[in-house]
Design a protein around this ligand. Sequence first.
Ligand SMILES: [Zn+2]
Length: 390
Amino acid sequence: MLNATRDLTLPTTITGSLPRPAWYTENLGARPFRDAIADARYREQYTDAVGTHVRDQERAGLDVVTDGDARFDTDVGGMSWFQYPARRFTGLAGAEYYRAASGYGGTGKGDIIFEVMESRVMPRCVGKIGRGPLQYTVLWKLAQGMTARPVKFGTITPELIGASVGNEFYADPRELFRDLAAAMREELLDLAHAGCRVIQMEEPNIHLVGVRRQGGAAQLDVEFFVDVFNQAVKGLRDVTEVWCHTCWGNPAQQRLFATPQSYREALPYLDRLDVDVLTFECATTDGMDLEAIGKAIRDKKIAVGVVDHRNLQVERPEQVAALIKKALRVIPLERVIVSTDCGFGREGMSRRIAFYKMLAIVRGTNLVRRELGLPEAECRAADPRFALVD
Ligand SMILES: [Zn+2]
């Protein structure tokens, strides 16, 4: 259900992650979050970091905010996005599983993606998967307690965890995926019932891998991944708003493929996901797929990425406005949301650049709102009354 964006026209948000403040030096590691926040130093740094992230988004004027994914550690290429849940589900143990580093586009030693994959140490499945101390509700409550704006809570999908861990337990790998989806669903239903107004599933195993492997040597096809995704979110939309984020990769701010990719082939499958909102990376391609998206996705809202998480050049508001207008030519106004292509990550971009990119989202959206006669968002950070010099 549209629990957060129903009455908002051209709502603005970001995907989720924000660069860590330089003073946020503590790491969570494998500890349950509730144990870590009993550690006074971690508690102070974590809560101050979330407060800073939320406040920056409010100053920018975003309508739906996030906790900046502050639970994730300072690691290589965003490993915590995979590891946070993988270290906490029961049935997964150890830290010595390496996936072949040459998985993407034939990269090898000397390529940055190789270093990312070389660093990504994951557990193996050694028993039946259970929920474990993911504690998503606690994380969300801590952030939502700091703002009246809806805090969108994002998580990697269970199928990407399943594709990243070793398996020594399930004879049929499909059972591993199904049990991960069931455990994640329990966690997400609790989060939704606690009052979280937007839950975002990050990366279905469809556009990046599923469609490409169809008809090939893959053991599991794209139909299976549509099914697993929908199992993980089954019943969730009865309680809250559910988004699915898609992009072309973000490890160490890299695209996983050498050349820009098209969503075209994946759209019929993405349309079948049981979600209210689909997000698409559009800034990097200047909206190349917007027309196809508008034709294929008929009833979900569409979050259009208007700033690039891989490029340090801050987009101009006029550039953002032009991309939004391009989207509005093929998608009805009431179904357009304005966002980033992906998260800003923790190590590759400075806080300042991420902040000005958030401002660009709101300032660009305000330009369009003005043209359409819609109310504009307050953007204190761009208010000349508070400039230190004329
Ligand atoms: Zn992404």
